[in-house]
Design a protein. Sequence first.
Lengths: 505, 489
Amino acid sequence: MSHLLTWVLFTPLAGAAVLVMIPGRAHAALKLWANLIALAGFLISLPLAMRFDRDAAGFQFVERAIWIPAIGASYHVGIDGISLLLVLLTTLIGFLAVLSSWNSIRDKLKEYYVLLLVLQTAMIGVFVALDFFLFYVFWEVVLAPMYFLIGIWGGPRRLYAALKLFLYTLAGSVLMLLGLLTLYFQHQQQFGFYTFDIGALMAVQMTPAMEQWVFWALFLGFAIKVPMFPFHTWLPDAHVEAPTAGSVILAAVMLKMGTYGFIRFSLPLLPKASVNPWIAQTLAVLSIIAILYGAFVSLMQHDWKKLVAYSSVSHLGFCTLGIFSLNPNGIAGSVLQQVNHGISTGLLFLLVGLIYERRHTRQIEDFGGVASVMPRYATVFAVAMLSSAGLPLLNGFIGEFTILAGAFEANRTWAAFAVFGIVLGAAYLLWLYQRTMLGKLVHEENRHLPDLTLRETLTMAPLLALVFWIGVYPKPLFEILERPVNQIVERVKPGYFADRQAELR
Amino acid sequence: MSGYYTSADHFALLPALMLVLFGSAILLLEFLMPKGPARTRWLVGFTLLGLASAAIALLRQHQALSAPGSRIVAFSGSFTIDSFSLYFDWLFLAAAAIVTLISYRYLEIEGEHRAEYYGLILLACSGMFFLASGADLITMFLGLELMALSFYVLVGFLKRERRSNEAAIKYFLLGSFSSSLLAYGFSLLYGLSGSTNLEEIRRAIFTRGSLDAITALAMATILAGVLFKVSAAPFHMWAPDAYAGAPTAVTAYLSVASQAASFALLLRLFNGPLSPLDQEWRPLVAGVAVATLVIGNFAALTQENVKRLIAYSSVSHAGYLLLGLVAGNTTGLRGIAVYLAIYMFANLGVLMVLIAIRTRTSGMLEEDLSDLNGLGARHPLYAAAMLVFLLSLAGIPPTGGFLGKYYIFLSLLETGHAVLAVIAALYVAVSLYYYFRIVRGMYMTQGEPGPLASSIGMNVAVAISGVATLLLGLFPEPFLRFAAGALVR
């Protein structure tokens, strides 16, 4: 298969096309097909990891085809270590999200699975596109399926939440488009032809003012997606109202589109604006506010799912802090933490979804002592919670520690504040666990809650395995990330590595 | 200057002539056609035949003009066939054909299925041809009036319907007012140049140099007249009433074909005779464009009637199109051309779905937003098509609408209008809100829409528009090349 990446990209979409043909009443067939396709989508992405050459420079599995030469847009895809990890995360989470919907979705199955699969292709597309136009198309295509997933299968305030998500992100995206078009036009001015190719756009030289305008335009698009403080207000609504699979995808994958955007586009395309001390400082401060604010708000939550949602704001604050530390530790840690957040928050949302299916409430007060009736659930929850809190030997620790190392190198004050965020994180997560799982069983309704079934356990098993694997042996991931991250740092801060060498000598 | 009617004249005129011939023939020969259901087939078939013969004549012109920049000048320089006019002519023909396909079932349901309707559709179309090809004030004015008069009648075609009558009167009064403004401006142009030929007027204005009272007055009146026609703020007030009261198929025709023709007129005038004054009119048009965006979008937010909502959304699209003129570079002008074609399919599409769900039982001329409730479950294909059209109107990829927005934004950035670009971009998000009110009704609100008033013509039209809207977004290359040719001068 020479077109491996194209296969990975379009398998879900092709599956969705077939799904459209299956009659809407054949529920079993619909479920089976959707699960098969999602599994196939994951399996087909595994060879990417196996054949990935971590010592090769630049992008791998590159494919290029003519698309719209009239405006200089082409079908150009490829991955480096950073996108590899995010693609694998997407295909895995996508499969688990489909699998987790087996019982929880009961009406309009066909539309539901079609939307999930279309969403899957669009998200993979965002991570593999090497053409800005192609990237933007995928970026926007993500919105409509998510709108419908929340708006049709969501909770009581679903219409509000879905529209808010759509409008917020769209407003950011169109401004991002303007930044992108400015870059594109500058390229035409300097080189005489229009192209959206990211490699070509890197050669553009801009005045500092122009570069900063482009930077802020892109920033708005990405920051709303992440979401960074103060653009985060869509997130709690969307997460709380979304169906479980929607929350999982939203938290585990969609938020990473924003951070990925910073790493792939903002830093390498606009290095001068990125190292501008004022800009880096502002963004780091916003990240720290997100870390602390997200954590404090999480402490106050009565709704289990909302707590997890706000914890995402805090965790994503770490990711952006890592990025704007602008050193190898910060960026590598950030990517790793993005993956980790996908795993642990994915797990947490799955767990909330499972308990909601059984109990139809998410109020923390309605639980307590559940560990005694659902021991397996409590065990999985404990692992997920500790991984999210950053316990050593679990995955979260590795990411947060590396980010802190990066932040420390950049600015000690940042690191001090961020450490405080970790403490708070442990506090709200442990307290959540204590209030729901431990203690006496006070609510009679909880006495007969069934424990995890085999399917449910299997849904979470891969993520649990990753929690331990990354926690104990993260070396392969760092090796995959090393080259692309160093390239980005060298691009943003030319001479960084030479200076380090000199210092060490 | 030899002869009264040369073969070159004939060749240039033939497409428009075909439309006039067929249009008149329908009016005259109606009594020969069989009665009953067969009559529908005859009328529609005859109309499509007329459009097809115009298309063949147009195709021959197309082949004759294969060299870039070439043109045919006919009737002593008052009628020009160039790539610009050909592009617009194709749009007009496509719009007329689609409108014909979606009209007959609608008119039958309304009990107003008469031959005059098709005659007027064809005559209006020929008027648009004259607008796009006019190189002379008289020709353009005649084309404009031929189009406008046909539309006055078409808007009031449901003659037993008070709102249709009201709409026709309003449209007629404001339309004639704007026409007289234009005529006044044209007379001033003639007065200061001594010619009705656009090129000679341009030279006359150019040699006058700076702006003086007469040129200023001519520019202002012409600008106001044309802005009326394209329903730009503050001259947009007729649009919601005319759109809402007119038979929906006429609304469709009016909102895309008449709009495109008015933009052809606008471009001919402002890139032609008035181009030496561009320093003066550009800021004016910029202000108008922003006002149009603001008013169109905000007024659309609160509409409960779908046709009024679409009317205000058309106003906002006029704002985007005007921004292309403000930029005024190749990208901007190409953007207008591309935008108009994409907008045509999407807007026709939205209105044809409205026609399809309208049955007698849902009451006369009440196109409430709630009529669409539950469409997604009841008629999934129509709802999906509607979704595609709405996404295109909002400018979300992968639909064609994104490409239109792309060109407009790019042209603004290229010409240093960054603030305008930001305003225009933010209104995309605003527009999404009201377009998605329709989507929300279709997919997320319970409702029992009645059976579809569909027909073969309707299904074909929905399929064509839907596929075109998607293809223009996913594989626009052939179309973009065609559109790029449209502006080679």
